[in-house]
Design a protein around this ligand. Structure first.
Ligand SMILES: [Fe+2]
Length: 286
């Protein structure tokens, strides 16, 4: 089985528009006023029946805090991340969910294993873990949504010694298991084979959304996607917090850090810092 099929980008250009409109609390009428572009045109772009020209894309980008060049590139369908593959990360689908689950190894030779986001049909997931004879040391949970943690109970029962790591704000989603979960604390490093897992709190998609960094491998859940960011579903934190989390915790990592998101294809920190339309060319200069 090819574990790295060419996966569609999680968000289309219409999705990017919708997320930035929601993030800036602009409805169609407000966006029409801000850009002087008529609502029917905006609607046709949201529905992807048509796409803005360069001038229109620039006006949209200015109103929505996007980078005009990057947005135009997306509108032209001209961006997809380069190749990212490592023997230390295996991806699996989480049917019936459309999300990505991962097994991360502590070294290229194998060693200790961590499951990132236990979700989907538990029997399928457990069969994969058994087939690979994985000695699961950690269950890392990026956030509370079902498509990232609804198999936590089944996996925790099958691997009672595995340590669960999940931010305490989101942990009630795994019920009684929350008591077993190690909290996510910024700067905390958990021993993992000869290396360590660093927890990065990145609130915004949900209040307890977290990313996990193992050497140069970054698991971003629904915080950062290739060419996009997650939607905002938190009570305390919102769109500005999501972008700030990404800038502060993720874009400060080395450019070649491999990014494994909860949906869509893998990417790298540098590609996102330099091409993601939610961030600006002028801020990516180091
Ligand atoms: Fe989510």
């Amino acid at each position: 089985m090819n574990e790295w099929p060419k996966i569609e980008l999680e968000d289309t250009v219409g999705d990017v528009l919708r997320k930035t409109m929601r993030g800036h609390r602009l409805d169609l009428q407000a966006l029409e006023r801000a850009t002087n572009i008529a609502t029917p045109s905006l609607e046709s772009w949201l529905a992807e029946r048509a796409f803005p020209n360069a001038d229109e894309a620039a006006r949209l980008a200015a109103a929505l805090g996007m980078d005009a060049r990057r947005f135009q590139q997306r509108a032209a369908g001209a961006w997809y991340p380069g190749e990212v593959a490592t023997p230390r990360v295996r991806r699996h689908a989480q049917r019936p969910h459309p999300s990505n689950g991962y097994i991360a190894y502590s070294s290229a030779e194998g060693g200790s294993a961590a499951l990132v986001d236990p979700a989907g049909d538990p029997e399928v997931l457990l069969a994969q873990l058994r087939e690979r004879r994985i000695d699961l040391e950690y269950i890392l949970i990026t956030h509370k949504h079902d498509d990232h943690c609804d198999a936590a109970g089944a996996v925790a029962t099958a691997y009672p010694d595995a340590r669960i790591v999940m931010h305490e704000i989101d942990a009630p989603a795994i019920g009684a298991l929350a008591k077993r979960a190690l909290p996510v604390r910024k700067g905390e490093r958990l021993a993992f084979g000869a290396t360590a897992i660093a927890s990065l709190p990145t609130p915004g998609h949900t209040d307890g959304s977290s990313c996990f960094l193992i050497d140069d491998l970054l698991f971003t859940g629904d915080t950062l996607f290739a060419g996009s960011v997650g939607g905002c579903f938190g009570d305390r934190f919102g769109y500005a917090d999501l972008l700030a989390s990404i800038r502060r915790e993720l874009f400060t990592l080395p450019d070649d850090t491999a990014v494994f998101p909860g949906h869509g294809p893998p990417t790298r920190v540098g590609w996102e810092r330099n091409e993601n339309p939610f961030f600006l060319d002028k801020e990516s200069a180091r």
